[in-house]
Design a protein around this ligand. Sequence first.
Ligand SMILES: Nc1ncnc2c1ncn2[C@@H]1O[C@H](COP(=O)(O)OP(=O)(O)OP(=O)(O)O)[C@@H](O)[C@H]1O
Ligand SMILES: Nc1nc(=O)c2ncn([C@H]3C[C@H](O)[C@@H](CO)O3)c2[nH]1
Length: 312
Amino acid sequence: MGGAPCLGTLSILAPKFQAFQCPVGFSRSLVCFLLFPHQSYFTTRESNMSPSLKRACPGLEKRIKRIFIEGNIAAGKSTFVHLLEEQSKDWEVVPEPIARWCNVQTQQAEFEELTTSQKSGGNVLQMMYEKPERWAYTFQSYACMSRIRAQIKSTYGKLQEAENPVQFFERSVYSDRYIFASNLYECECVNETEWAIYQDWHSWLHQQFGKHIELDGIIYLRAAPEMCMQRLHLRGREEEQGIPLEYLEKLHFKHESWLQNRTLKMEFEYLNEIPILTLDVNEDFKGDSVKCGDMVEKVRSCFLQLLHLFHA
Ligand SMILES: Nc1ncnc2c1ncn2[C@@H]1O[C@H](COP(=O)(O)OP(=O)(O)OP(=O)(O)O)[C@@H](O)[C@H]1O
Ligand SMILES: Nc1nc(=O)c2ncn([C@H]3C[C@H](O)[C@@H](CO)O3)c2[nH]1
């Protein structure tokens, strides 16, 4: 994997914008404000504004910024978002609904929402890993539906009083489709008909719920597949212990072409204009307050730029 370790980069590589990529570890936005106090750091034109930018125009209701955390299995997303959540009362985390997929009953409220079949013990994550050609389509349908539900349900409770509210979501309907489902289709675990149906309802759901599920930025936690494999074993989630390195490699290359090289073709055009903050998470930052502080600073710096962009 290329790139300097632990070097955060904020990249906007939309065709309509000038390519832009540089380290953000030095409170870069502050430098920009100092250099160009009267200019918007990112150039946008009204006619080219993405839906998420339009939503955030001054004069419209104060709104929450939605940031999605993407990355390979066991890269460290949950660990990282918990670190973020501790930093500000304006920041809220919406975790991946894995409890539903495994039927782990973490809280009464979680259990109440399980379907009858789940209450009786279905572990669709395990079923998918054990027999993907039978269960992959079922899993993808349920994963996508439960993500949308979690995202919509989370709207605005705790953050009503926040000055600059931000919600962090672990993964998105986009990684669901363009990373996981697409890989399972390429591996022939999802057949042509299933893939056509999946894409059809995915697009339709996006149309229906677009307002609630569109995002403002992505944080890509980038780690080598070998590192993810090590962490996956360290975490020891039973359902995942048979995952081969090859699977993580395939997912890694898909993440890279979407978020690093930005060459993955997607149906949702506004995604081409979304800012991406890439953080190298190969290094162990747990328990190291300096490294944690540095990562949080990169995220804050990224937001300053986002806010500047939104209010320009
Ligand atoms: N930077 C890090 N250094 C060392 N260990 C880490 C780091 N980040 C996470 N871990 C450990 O790696 C394991 C996986 O981390 P975590 O559960 O946060 O991954 P995840 O990306 O949320 O996984 P998933 O894709 O399954 O949702 C955990 O045991 C966690 O403690
Ligand atoms: N096939 C498939 N499709 C998804 O959309 C998806 N989202 C997450 N996962 C798997 C990765 C971890 O094992 C576990 C927790 O992230 O769930 C997925 N698997």
